[in-house]
Structures are given as structure tokens and as C-alpha cells.
Design a binder for this molecule. Structure first.
Ligand code: P76
Ligand code: ZN
Length: 269
């Protein structure tokens, strides 16, 4: 597979789900071997496990005291499109716009603008089983020439236990929105998070159903979104990933534990 960038610059504007701030992002094409990076207030923040500064309810990157929040949905979309070289300039706020809570807007605008470059793309291959866990949750990574992710979650009440396997079809996950449970909102807000959260960008789940008019986009939308989050967090490795992943109740913190474990093996080799 060849490296890829975009044909021309592309802009998105919107509010951040956690900060509630409005920001504009400008995606700039880059030459071969540049990699993916964010650029804010004069600081370049490379997409790398070394630059992760927070994994509580989002994945945030930072360098030299400058932070870009909630990078996971944009990274997931770039990963799915195989875009290897691109700079995301962040203007006005510090957070990537949440848009409709999924990767839909990013994917829709980007997909016709992807261009192949001359050099081969790097691929991150799992060469041996790696497992991380935290309480009763775990993620296992297994060698495979495929890119496959299974997520299983236990959601109380209305949704119950859900399991979903992603086998590479972008359309199966790119529309899945971020979500939260109604009983969590108070605590999330107490933590100063979710200030931009609304029914416009989040699937809000209650005991007896969904608050959003229009209901679910997929009957198992929450687990599909969890897969989408892991696709984004895996792109912190700096290359398209090949392997089979099984996540049981994982989230950004455990995803990041896995990424660090995989990355350290790469450095050792
Ligand atoms: N999201 C994670 C994620 O997708 N990471 O990539 C997550 O933990 N969130 C995002 C949504 C936040 C909570 C934390 C949120 C969203 C909406 C509201 C509150 C918090 C609200 C509301 C509201 C309800 C009723 C009427 C009006 C507004 C997870 C999924 O991995
Ligand atoms: Zn998410």
C-alpha cells in the first residue's frame, strides 16, 4: 500500500464535546514521510504514544504545554482512509469539533480527496499475542494479516450485553455516534467535561430507551462506536495497523495501555 495524503486543504468548524468551545480545524496535505500531526499555537504535536496527555473520556495529545483534545474520531477516520501524511491545524479552541458525534462528516469530506503518494506506507503488524487488562476489562491483540476488531460491552437495562465484530468495512462503524448514559451525565459535568454534549452529537441512553429523536443508527451503535474509538487510538502507533483485536469493556485508558505495550515491543525489536 502506498502512502496517502489529501488533494487540497479542508476545513471543519464546530464545538468540542468536552470544552464546549468552538474551533476550526484546517487539514493540510503533507509530503511523504511527514506522518500525522496536530499544529496549534505554533507547536507541532506529532501523533505518537509519547504525546498522549489524557485518556479520561477522550484521547488528548500535547507537547510543550499545548494540548489538542478529543483527537480519536478524526484519527479513526484518517486510519480508515489510510491517510499517512497530514497536518491538522487547530484554530480558536483546543478541541477537535465533535460534529455529529461520529466520523461521518470527516469521512464524507475526506474520502473523495485522498491521493496516493509514491512511497510505500508503513504498516504496524502484531507479531505475537499481547494482552492488557484493568479490573475486569481487557484487550487482546493477535497476529493477523487482516484488521479486525471485536468489542463486547455490558450495558445495563435497555441495551444489555452487546458484541460486534468489525471486519474492515468503513460504513459499518463510521456513522456510530459517541454515547453516554443519562445517569452518568451529572458526574461527567462535575468533572468539567461534556460541556458541548447534546442530543445533536451524542446518543443518550436511559433505562427504557434512547433520548434522541430518530433513535439508533445501528441497533448496536454503542459497541460500533467503541470499535471506532479503538481504530482511532490504534493510529497513535503512527502507521496503519494489521491484527485481530478483542476488547472486553475497553475504553481510551485501556486502549492506550495496549498502544504503549505494542509500541514498546516495536522499539525493542
Ligand atoms: N465518550 C467516549 C468517546 O466516544 N470517546 O471517544 C464519552 O465518554 N463522553 C462523550 C459524551 C459526553 C460524555 C462523555 C456527554 C455527551 C452528552 C451529554 C453529556 C455528556 C448530554 C446531554 C443532554 C442530555 C439530555 C438533554 C440535553 C443534553 C465514550 C463513548 O467512549
Ligand atoms: Zn468516541
Amino acid at each position: 500500500m502506498k502512502q496517502r495524503t489529501i488533494k487540497e486543504r479542508l476545513e471543519f468548524t464546530g464545538i468540542g464535546i468536552h470544552s464546549g468551545e468552538k474551533a476550526k480545524i484546517v487539514l493540510h496535505p503533507e509530503p511523504e514521510n511527514t506522518g500525522i500531526a496536530f499544529y496549534r499555537e505554533g507547536v507541532r504535536i506529532a501523533v505518537s504514544p509519547a504525546n498522549v496527555v489524557n485518556t479520561f473520556h477522550s484521547t488528548d495529545l500535547g507537547s510543550e504545554g499545548v494540548v489538542v483534545r478529543t483527537v480519536e474520531h478524526l484519527l479513526a477516520t484518517l486510519h480508515l482512509l489510510g491517510i499517512s501524511n497530514l497536518t491538522v491545524e487547530v484554530i480558536g479552541g483546543s478541541e477537535i469539533p465533535i460534529m455529529d458525534g461520529s466520523g461521518y462528516f470527516f469521512y464524507r469530506e475526506l474520502k473523495g480527496k485522498v491521493v496516493k503518494q509514491s512511497e510505500d506506507a508503513e504498516v504496524f503488524r502484531i507479531d505475537e499475542e499481547v494482552r492488557v487488562s484493568r479490573g475486569d476489562s481487557y484487550i487482546v491483540a493477535l497476529p493477523c494479516s487482516c484488521f479486525e476488531i471485536t468489542y463486547e460491552g455490558e450495558f445495563r437495562d435497555y441495551l444489555g450485553r452487546q458484541r460486534y465484530t468489525f471486519k474492515g468495512n468503513v460504513r459499518d462503524i463510521v456513522l456510530a455516534r459517541t454515547f453516554c448514559f443519562d445517569h452518568e451525565i451529572e458526574l461527567i459535568k462535575k468533572n468539567g467535561l461534556g460541556k458541548g454534549g447534546s442530543l445533536e452529537n451524542t446518543l443518550v441512553i436511559g433505562r427504557d430507551g434512547i433520548y434522541n429523536r430518530g433513535g439508533l443508527r445501528y441497533q448496536d451503535e454503542p459497541v460500533r462506536h467503541k470499535v471506532f474509538d479503538l481504530v482511532g487510538d490504534l493510529y497513535l502507533l503512527g502507521a496503519s495497523v494489521r491484527g485481530k483485536f478483542i476488547s472486553y469493556k475497553g475504553g481510551h485508558t485501556l486502549n492506550y495501555e495496549l498502544v504503549k505495550a505494542l509500541y514498546s515491543r516495536l522499539v525493542m525489536k
